[in-house]
Write a protein that binds this ligand. Sequence first.
Ligand SMILES: NC(=O)c1ccc[n+]([C@@H]2O[C@H](COP(=O)([O-])OP(=O)(O)OC[C@H]3O[C@@H](n4cnc5c(N)ncnc54)[C@H](O)[C@@H]3O)[C@@H](O)[C@H]2O)c1
Length: 258
Amino acid sequence: MIGQSEMSLENKIILVTGGASGIGRATVNRLALDGAHVIVADTQAELAAEVVTEAKSAGGSAELLEFDVAEPGAAANAVKTIVTTHGRLDGAFNNAGITGPTVKLLDIDPMEWARVLAVNLTGVFSCVQAEIAQMIQQESGGSIVNTASICGLVALPHATAYNSAKHGVVGLTKSAALEYGPKNIRVNAVCPGFIDTPMLAKGAGASETVLNGVINSLPMRRIASPEEVAEAVAWLLSPQSSYLTGVAMPVDGGWTVQ
Ligand SMILES: NC(=O)c1ccc[n+]([C@@H]2O[C@H](COP(=O)([O-])OP(=O)(O)OC[C@H]3O[C@@H](n4cnc5c(N)ncnc54)[C@H](O)[C@@H]3O)[C@@H](O)[C@H]2O)c1
């Protein structure tokens, strides 16, 4: 129930892309608990509707907005829709993403490369561009968090397209922070490590041997829950992180310190 947290995001209008599952879903629930009105955006409308119901039954406020971040013009239209209804946009978590082909660079199909870049990098760019344009118009500042990955900081093998897109998200985050800091618009990235979501279940989690290898390689010797990433995102979106911008924050149980 609302009332257990500091409500630091009370009445803030916040867009979450990829809100139907995993890290996005946990973050929607966390932000709603903090008092925000959350716009749950995803291509999986049915699942996103379940998340809206979940957030509301916990006493929060949320609504569904179905769109594909990779579709040209979709992010701009989404922001327009939000502003028509709510008059403003205070924050955003640009989190929608897909895994890439798990093959070596020479074996990547150019179409697969293009799709991974379209969703994981251009999709984030389109959202950031539309969100910042609106925040400038409001003259109210704002806070944006993008989901990169440990693959935005280092490279995992057989993941060239994903690594490239996520490094791009870190570069995009820094560029946006640099240019719009004077407008009090903060732009940060989270870099999750191995998180227990449907995406992980399709990758490293699909094989017990691979998953055990991952767990043994982690300083904290466990994968994380999506709620642990949501905590970091909620903090980055909140006024409590008021002097942080351009940061690519690992939430990885120490994996990238090695
Ligand atoms: N799970 C991990 O271990 C991990 C680690 C590092 C980074 N990440 C990143 O975290 C983010 C969330 O991943 P997750 O693990 O929660 O995965 P997930 O598959 O559970 O959730 C991703 C969500 O994004 C949505 N989505 C995909 N493409 C979309 C599009 N074009 N437009 C709108 N929505 C779209 C999906 O429908 C899904 O609901 C991704 O950007 C992913 O790359 C995940």
